[in-house]
Write a protein that binds this ligand. Structure first.
Ligand SMILES: *Cc1c(COP(=O)(O)O)cnc(C)c1O
Length: 389
């Protein structure tokens, strides 16, 4: 009997070790891992530079309180600001903490300019911003909130793509619009660049803030460091997590100077957030992933992957409805429930994970090799050829 609570529906498999794009199970099998801890292990498993970095830092200093200066955090914040829209960074430990902190920053900004009633956050219905109390009510998903009342107030929702409803839902009490640039759990739905630009314009017109949740789609996953960069839009606040730690839990909120002014000493904190061990790993991941050549390779190989997935779709139109996504945040949307398809892929030694709307989610490491993509394509093709509807 397991003493772990049953809040996960776990597959009956465990792993002994990982190397690059592969996982080796305790029963002696080798899997191509295109889950990567759900976009967490951005550089694959057991990356030599990350091993070296964490080993070196572990001998020096693991943790000190944020009551003191932490140069490793100063350093990572500087790099994040240099590469992005941001002027300031606040470190956390996870995605949900980062999205919650993003909400706090938005509310605190309006409080600090004498508009404390401007505190409502407008989100997409059935989006995903994490599993804390506020975050589940921000997501507006019945499944996630059921049994966890009372309802956390302060969130409004609109349906993905319903621009008219979105504008109508903005009231004098709205502080911010918070959306994922690419919806991950929600089924790999990309917000088109022109919509992002319209969103920014709308926020400017209504004098509210734009929060883009890049916890899943950020840190190089889309082929740009942030998925919104291609649109040239500048958000006000961006929560990040998953990929920035390469497997070490790190979260952060990036913000511009205007909104950061509200976060005066004592307004927010985190015991673990931004400790030297986490920050040294984050710095290393950042150095590798923010490199232009590295990102160009993500763009190139992901285009190749998407092109060939679309060819498989053309071949099996009765199984595959749509190929979704950008960069290495990819969804194969099936016409029917994806559970069996994912199981078949796994039997053929390819690990993938579900997302909403019958989507098989594919998240290779950002440094995946072309030969590994070819291996995955071969498996997906084979499973399609044998799949019975
Ligand atoms: C995963 C995710 C979160 C929550 O991150 P946790 O680390 O699980 O708390 C928030 N937003 C998005 C878009 C995510 O994909």
């Amino acid at each position: 009997m397991s003493n772990l609570a049953k809040n996960y529906n776990r597959k009956k498999i465990s792993f002994k070790y990982g190397k690059g794009s592969y996982l080796y199970s305790n029963n002696g099998k080798k899997y191509l891992d295109f889950v990567m801890g759900i976009a967490v292990n951005s550089l694959g498993h057991a990356h030599p530079s990350l091993i070296k970095t964490i080993n070196n830092q572990s001998k020096k200093l693991w943790h000190v309180s944020n009551a003191f200066q932490i140069p490793e955090g100063e350093n990572l914040a500087k790099k994040l600001c240099k590469k992005t829209f941001a002027d300031y960074v606040m470190f956390q430990n996870s995605g949900a903490e980062a999205t919650e902190a993003a909400i706090k920053v938005a509310r605190r900004y309006f409080f600090s300019i004498g508009k404390p009633n401007k505190n409502r956050i407008l989100c997409i219905k059935n989006s995903f911003h994490g599993r804390t109390l506020a975050a589940i009510y921000a997501s507006g998903s019945k499944k996630m909130t059921e049994g966890f009342g009372p309802k956390v107030k302060g969130f409004d929702h609109f349906i993905f793509g319903d621009h008219k409803a979105l504008e109508k839902k903005i009231t004098k009490d709205t502080a911010a619009i918070m959306v994922e640039t690419i919806m991950g759990e929600g089924g790999i739905k990309v917000i088109p660049d022109f919509c992002l630009r319209e969103l920014r314009k709308l926020c400017d017109k209504k004098k509210i803030l734009l929060i883009l949740d890049e916890v899943q789609c950020g840190i190089g996953r889309s082929g740009d460091f942030f998925a919104f960069e291609k649109s040239k839009v500048k958000p006000d606040i961006v929560p990040i997590a998953k990929g920035i730690g390469g497997g070490f839990p790190i979260g952060a909120v990036l913000m511009n100077k205007k909104v950061a002014a509200g976060m005066t000493p004592g307004t927010h904190g985190s015991t673990f957030g931004g400790n030297p061990l986490a920050m040294s790993v984050g710095n290393k991941v950042m150095d590798i992933v923010s490199n232009k050549k590295f990102l160009n390779n993500v763009k190139k190989l992901s285009k190749y992957f998407l092109l060939n997935l679309n060819k498989i779709k053309e071949k099996y139109p009765s199984i595959i409805k749509q190929i979704r996504g950008r960069g290495f945040l990819i969804g194969i949307q099936l016409h029917q429930d994806q559970t069996n398809f994912i199981k078949k892929l796994m039997e053929n030694k390819l690990l993938t994970i579900r997302a909403a709307e019958n989507v098989v989610r594919i998240l290779p490491p950002l440094n995946v090799k072309k030969s590994e993509i070819d291996e995955a394509l071969k498996i997906i093709n084979k499973v399609c050829s044998q799949f019975k509807l």
